[in-house]
Design a protein around this ligand. Sequence first.
Ligand code: TRP
Length: 347
Amino acid sequence: MKKIILTGDRPTGNLHLGHYVGSLKNRVKLQNEGDYDEMYVFIADTQALTDNFNNPKKIRDNIIEVAIDYLSVGLDPSKVTFFIQSTISPLCELTMYYMNLVTLARLERNPTVKQEIKQKEFGSSIPVGFLNYPISQTADITAFEATIIPVGDDQLPMIEQAREIVRSFNNIYGETLVEPKAIIPDAEVCRRLPGTDGKAKMSKSLGNCIYLKDDSETVKKKVMSMYTDPNHIRVEDPGDTKNNTVFIYLEALSTDEHFKKYLPEYNNLNELKAHYEKGGLGDVKVKKFLYNVIEDILNPIREKRNYYEENTDLVYKILEEGSSKALAKANETLKKVKKSMLIDYFD
Ligand code: TRP
């Protein structure tokens, strides 16, 4: 079986450190390891419109932002096919056919959807398009015969639902679709990076993000005002590192190399933690280190971003070429699906 990697993001804002550790880093790693036949990364504008249908400009403006985020973190158009979801019309057709295979109750049970419905306060007025998005996501995945889906852990229920639809389709119409598998980061801490406020997951709507696009000054301000241990008042006080956002970020982001470079009096994070827990280590010192670590990660990303921001025509061209390639592939799958469903009348 072919190894086909596929994943995407909704263009509702710039990508942040949570995306970076939760999924982008994994994607770049998979890309560079090269152990795959095809790799697709796409901008899920159709899906973004399911809960932003009244704000089309926001979605349009963020297409280029997300595309530049992708290219800046090191995803490479010579290895990855980038495309825009709404340009692939076979996805709508596949969605329509898959809708027959899913009950309303099953959609309402999807934990991620359930949580979003609550968050968005839809009450009993849930737009059909929104509730339907896990089905449309199954079309995204199956149209490319994707086997590997690198995502954040909030997407696990979507992939599970996709697998169910694939099994159901193949049962009824014969072996046609390929079952996907999700890949999430090995390290628990990377799966759900908290916001700088330490409260919930990093999320644009909560205003607690460090964006890949943030400049040095902004990153510094955000890091220096981060939530730590409220009981660690004087430097001598013993501090907690477990519920301490600064240490959680260091767990997700720092390497022993960073210690060598910026904080050579410690060999690794464990030593730093031990000192903080014992007492005698101030927050400012730890925050400055975290700032250096984040800057170390963001600097090469910024360099690439500068280039692509100066060359947005090139970015649109990459998206256009990728979209046309992706369309051809999705059409092939649609053809197979129609054949299996006995609706290939004129072939
Ligand atoms: N639901 C994903 C998100 O919110 C975006 C997405 C749409 C996706 N279709 C997909 C991810 C297919 C992986 C595979 O970010």
